[in-house]
Design a protein around this ligand. Structure first.
Ligand SMILES: C[S@@+](CC[C@H](N)C(=O)[O-])C[C@H]1O[C@@H](n2cnc3c(N)ncnc32)[C@H](O)[C@@H]1O
Length: 274
């Protein structure tokens, strides 16, 4: 094995900003449909005030804005500038002036008025403290308000991330995984996610499982790695190293017969008691 450099680390917002081209290439098959499904569970209503935390380029914020209409308001908050720019362009294109994209940290975001609905799709596990960050989001709700959270089902997306990590670490060593349990494992089953949401005092918790598998053709798997969190494994690699990771990943997926990205998800909603 050739060791050329250690893997650099960047803040999560900068990481996702770097993903913007490849993130967009997966948008219509992955983030867009899953965001629309999240909004069909959270059911934003006309005139409501909504916070979309970790909004990316607006996959769930845009359908929420369409549902609440111009008498409502959607604050879409993320730390990835390039994704926020894509979201703003889409809001302009659709004439959604009441959808505002803000650069900010969802775990410290504040608003003058409590929200009727908070949405957070595939974001909570990036919080430095998943419980404290989510507690903050719950505290932004009015009594009776709803929070909707989307996560990945265990054994789906995590296996793609593991394969990407293995391919990258074969080309350049990565730091060992933390000894503490991955917080994702607490929210990657319907029962686990429901229990976790109830631990915030939420009531009427519902969890919907969505089986969602997308064919991966051509360079799709590699575009996924570069367009989402696994990009962190290859940061700073040169073209030759990147090519080796891509080839290893494709060979591994082919050998395992993995022709689909398993993005099966859990979409949960709970209510802050009156
Ligand atoms: C997997 S992406 C999902 C984006 C979007 N919700 C979607 O479903 O398309 C996760 C997003 O969370 C954002 N993020 C992570 N931690 C955050 C934080 N503390 N505050 C705001 N955004 C955060 C990242 O920048 C990234 O855009």
């Amino acid at each position: 094995m050739t060791v050329t450099s250690a893997a650099p680390t960047v803040p999560v917002g900068a990481l996702f900003s770097q993903t913007h081209r490849e993130f967009e290439s997966w948008y219509s098959r992955l983030w867009g449909p899953l965001g629309a499904l999240a909004a069909s569970v959270s059911q934003p209503r006309e005139g409501e005030r909504v916070l979309d935390a970790c909004c990316g380029s607006g996959a769930s914020a845009v359908p929420a804005a369409r549902a609440v209409g111009p008498t409502g308001r959607v604050d879409a908050v993320d730390m990835a500038d390039a994704l926020l720019e894509q979201g703003r362009a889409e809001a302009d294109r659709q004439g959604l002036a009441h959808l505002r994209f803000h650069r900010g940290d969802a775990t410290t975001w504040h608003a003058d008025t409590p929200y009727d609905l908070v949405q957070c799709c595939y974001g909570v596990f990036f919080f430095p403290d998943m419980d404290a960050g989510t507690r903050h989001l719950v505290d932004l709700l009015r009594p009776g308000g709803r929070i909707a959270v989307s996560t990945w089902v265990g054994g789906g997306m995590d296996s793609m991330v593991r394969r990407a990590r293995e391919a990258a670490s074969a080309v350049r060593p990565l730091p060992p995984l933390p000894a503490t349990p991955d917080p994702r494992t607490r929210v990657n089953s319907a029962d686990g996610l429901a229990a976790w949401l109830r631990s915030f005092g939420l009531v009427d918790v519902e969890v919907h499982r969505v089986d969602y598998r997308v064919p991966m053709l051509g360079d799709d798997a590699w575009m996924f790695v570069l367009g989402a969190a696994p990009r962190r494994f290859v940061l700073g690699m040169d073209e030759q190293q990147l090519g080796r990771v891509r080839d290893r990943l494709h060979a591994d997926l082919a050998a395992a017969g993995h022709s689909h990205l398993d993005a099966s998800s859990l979409i949960a909603v709970g209510v802050r008691p009156e």
